[in-house]
Design a protein around this ligand. Sequence first.
Ligand code: TXA
Ligand code: MG
Length: 337
Amino acid sequence: METLILKQTHDLEIAANILRQCGLVACPTETVYGLCGNALDEKVVENIFKAKGRPSDNPLIVHICSLDMLEQLVLEVSDDAKKLMDAFWPGPLTLIFKSKDIIPLKTRGNLKTVAIRFPSNKIIVELIKKSKLPLAAPSANISGKPSPTNIDRVIEDLYGKIDCIIDGGNCTIGLESTVVDVSSENMAILRPGVITTTMLKKIVPQINVPTNAEPIAPGMKYKHYAPFANVVIVKGEQLEKIAIKIQELVIKDKLNKKRVGILIVDELMNYFDNIPVLSLGSINNLENIASNLFEKLRQLDDLQLEQVYTIYLNDNNLGVSIMNRLVKACNNQIIEN
Ligand code: TXA
Ligand code: MG
């Protein structure tokens, strides 16, 4: 398949038309790039699953651009849901509602509920407006890989498999939206994101916060964000001690002739030489680390490393959301130091 690449300055009518004609378009959102198709068309949704190689029981998020659109898709909107929408829409928050029948079961992974997000990124909003369609959009990556935050990674994964890719530069947030279930009295956070627990609790204090134990969003049980290298997190109280521990581990790997690299923070860059070292940014700027994380995980793949060491940041606010992704990327391999 020929994939059309559009600049954001191009007329988005072309992309909207592709969507209306049952095609697939990858485009930026404020969180990560999404792979968009008509959420109401079962066949289109099937094609999204195929292009990504995504397990069919992992439901998609439906993107909207108005509250009128929401009304057409969901059965009821609780007062608490309204409060969250007032506070965080448009933006990086996905809400789970009881679904109307108009949304095919395929879109929602055979569930009675549907995930809805009103994004703030102008390009996707324009696409929804111009196509007049609610857009199902998972992250625009091959299933299991880190979500793409720039067009190069979308091209790497999906060029030739979809109709169109829109270049909107780098995504500002870099982590996927926070997912909150508002479909019952038992409101709960299903996936952490840049809208943190603290921010949510200010609006709805009774919201349930997940323990680390069980994946709740259906998609969270699958292998995710995994680079080819074996990634291990080193956790400890003091940054310097972490660096020294990693130095020890690296020496052992080098003796075993492993291709080893490091994904670290700016503050520890000077501890390592003669080895590929990537920085996530300063430990004092978690927003910046969040926006760099997925691209850095992909750069590890470019370096064709076998073994990578990285560090545990913290469990405060945005730290929770970053570590949620990083711990998955390393398949839970954490060394306490
Ligand atoms: O920021 C984002 O959310 C990005 C951009 C493109 O909008 N999209 C995204 O989609 O991350 P995806 O498909 O990669 O992740 C959707 C998550 C999955 O964990 C899925 O299981 C969960 O939302 N989800 C979708 N529908 C659900 C439902 N009805 N109930 C519970 N979880 C649901
Ligand atoms: Mg995804």
